[in-house]
Design a protein around this ligand. Structure first.
Ligand code: GLN
Length: 541
């Protein structure tokens, strides 16, 4: 078993997750199998109940795990399918230890952070690494070295390096900040030195230091960091601000970080050849687009782009296949109630309504869907975006002005979106949702089937409410066709509007499985329709 621990120092938000993902991406390009674990030092059991406004999006895995958005980066950079166990939180660790204690499994011993909590951390990390069968497992230690919450995890990592053999089986990468004072000032290595000393105080000697800096680190700065932090000079890696997160693997590759790891962990020599051709091509399209379109993203957390991270990445992936830059115009859904939608949406080439919960902002989203339908603007609705499209069509095409979802208006006379009878009665938050990968059958020749190139697909879900089957005949007659349906044929999964260039919505979340060079088909459909719409408009002017 080989583990690479990635820790962070000085400040949070250094892009530790991107560094970890990029290292995995490079090892994978050498033919190694990789897996990854994210450690989150918070007490929540998982990210399912966390507010996207504070924490960014909740990412959903095949097995229904609701996890930190970093796992999305891992899946995208390393092209993996992870499970809920790949996200370890303080909450999960304490919960199992306390449950064991109640079952009397500690035989009357005093239960303590060391060894009981640390042993449970070690058990979880090694069990995920073993089950994955991967050559290397990358473990990202969330938080910043020095945080009280991170201590047990660092101690567990230290012990693991002793247990498994420091020489070739465990490697520590520490990411830090190297600030520059003044406009032409020098790089300051002191914060890095302090942070490394803190790490060493916990018994961990980093092997590689990744210095985040606004520009490339000078050789002098690298030499100084190497000297004072006691690492090889070639193990001090410069990570300047990148034009795209997808550039980071190549920035690291140029400095030989993967070769250094392969050498140190004795992973070569057959793995010294790399194949990054596809990645380079993808990046070239991201960095040097030949066209541009603008897509409106209508949501309620528009102040924090991370709240819709996977949507943005899916648009980047879909744009790249056409060498097209997708500019995203964030629109706060509440604004669409006070401001004429034409003012806010008149200049966009497509509209995307992502998932969401709760009544706030819903009326604005319905107005956006109506605008897209009436003005033939390409529209993609995801989850809540599918439900608001359905409500909009019920109100304005089926003439049911009070149609609604029972989530927003429990007393509505026309509950076109409701809780399936078998689900009703389950009220406890968390764990009551339809979660994770589920099979979907697409109608032959539907837009969705053409985009997927298949009629049997599997996509990830995270929702409670469904289209009410009592209204399906009326919707179909009005041109709102349900072209995707669950395997048991009871739940509507995809809607497509007749006589519209692209008005498609899904109950599932296609953004979570979007990858560089393998974009989500429905996002590709939106981008292609938006490109056509953009060109048609340019032709008119
Ligand atoms: N709130 C809706 C539901 O629970 C939609 C959920 C979502 O968009 N993820 O069904």
């Amino acid at each position: 078993m080989k583990l690479i621990f990635v820790s962070g120092g000085v400040i949070s938000g250094l892009g530790k997750g991107i560094t970890a993902s990029s290292i995995g991406c490079l090892l994978k390009a050498r033919g190694l199998s990789v897996s990854s674990v994210k450690i989150d030092p918070y007490l929540n059991i998982d990210a399912g109940t966390m507010n996207p406004f504070e924490h960014g999006e909740v990412y959903v895995l095949d097995d229904g795990g609701e996890v930190d958005l970093d796992l999305g980066n891992y899946e995208r950079f390393m092209d993996l399918h992870l499970g809920r166990d790949n996200n370890i939180t303080t909450g999960k660790v304490y919960k199992s230890v306390i449950e064991n204690e109640r079952r009397g499994e500690y035989l009357g011993k005093t239960v303590q952070i060391i060894p009981h909590i640390t042993n449970e951390i070690k058990r979880r990390v090694t069990s995920v690494a073993r089950k994955s069968g991967a050559d290397v497992t990358i473990v990202e230690l969330g938080g910043t070295v020095g945080d009280m919450e991170s201590m047990p995890f660092l101690e567990a990592a230290r012990q693991l390096s002793r247990d498994l053999g420091r020489e070739e089986n465990v490697l520590f990468v520490h990411t830090t900040l190297v600030p520059i004072m003044g406009s032409v000032g020098e790089e300051k290595s002191k914060p890095t030195q302090h942070s490394v000393h803190e790490l060493m105080g916990m018994g961990i000697h980093p092997d590689i230091i990744v210095g985040r800096c606004s520009r490339e680190l000078s050789e002098a700065a690298k030499a100084k960091i190497a000297m004072f932090c006691d690492v090889d000079e070639k193990a001090v890696i410069s990570c300047p601000d990148a034009r795209s997160i997808y550039e980071v693997p190549l920035i690291l590759e140029r400095q030989g970080v993967a070769d250094y790891i392969v050498d140190r962990m004795r992973l070569g020599p057959m793995t010294s050849r790399r194949n990054m051709k596809d990645w380079e091509l993808f990046l070239d399209h991201v960095l040097n687009p030949t066209k541009e379109i603008q897509i409106a993203l209508v949501g309620k957390y528009t102040a924090l782009a991370d709240a819709y991270l996977s949507q943005l990445e899916a648009l980047t992936h879909a744009g790249a296949t056409r060498a097209c830059h997708v500019k995203v115009k964030f629109i706060d859904s509440d604004e669409l109630i006070h401001i004429d939608p034409a003012k806010l949406l008149g200049d966009v080439d497509g509209i995307l309504i992502p998932g969401g919960f709760g009544v706030r902002g819903v009326e604005g989203k319905i107005a956006a869907a109506q605008y897209a339908r009436e003005h033939q603007v390409p529209y993609l609705g995801v989850c809540l975006g599918f439900q608001v499209a359905t409500i909009e069509i019920a109100r304005h095409v089926l003439n049911l002005p009070k149609a609604d979802s029972t989530e927003f208006e429990p007393g509505t006379p026309d509950p076109v979106i409701f809780i399936m009878p078998e689900q009703a009665g389950v009220t406890e938050m968390g764990g009551t949702m339809r979660l994770g990968a589920q099979a979907v059958k697409l109608k032959k020749d539907s837009k969705a089937a053409v985009l997927y190139g298949a009629t049997d697909i599997s996509e990830r879900h995270r929702h409670r409410y469904e289209v009410n089957p009592a209204y399906i005949d009326r919707f179909e007659a009005a041109g709102w066709h349900f072209t995707g349906i669950s395997e048991d044929s009871t739940k509507m999964e995809v809607g497509e509007l007749k006589d519209h260039p692209y008005f498609v919505a899904s109950q599932f979340h296609p953004e979570f499985k979007s990858r560089p060079n393998r974009p989500s088909p429905l996002h590709q459909g939106l981008v292609d329709a938006a490109l056509a719409y953009h060109q048609a408009r340019a032709g008119k002017h």
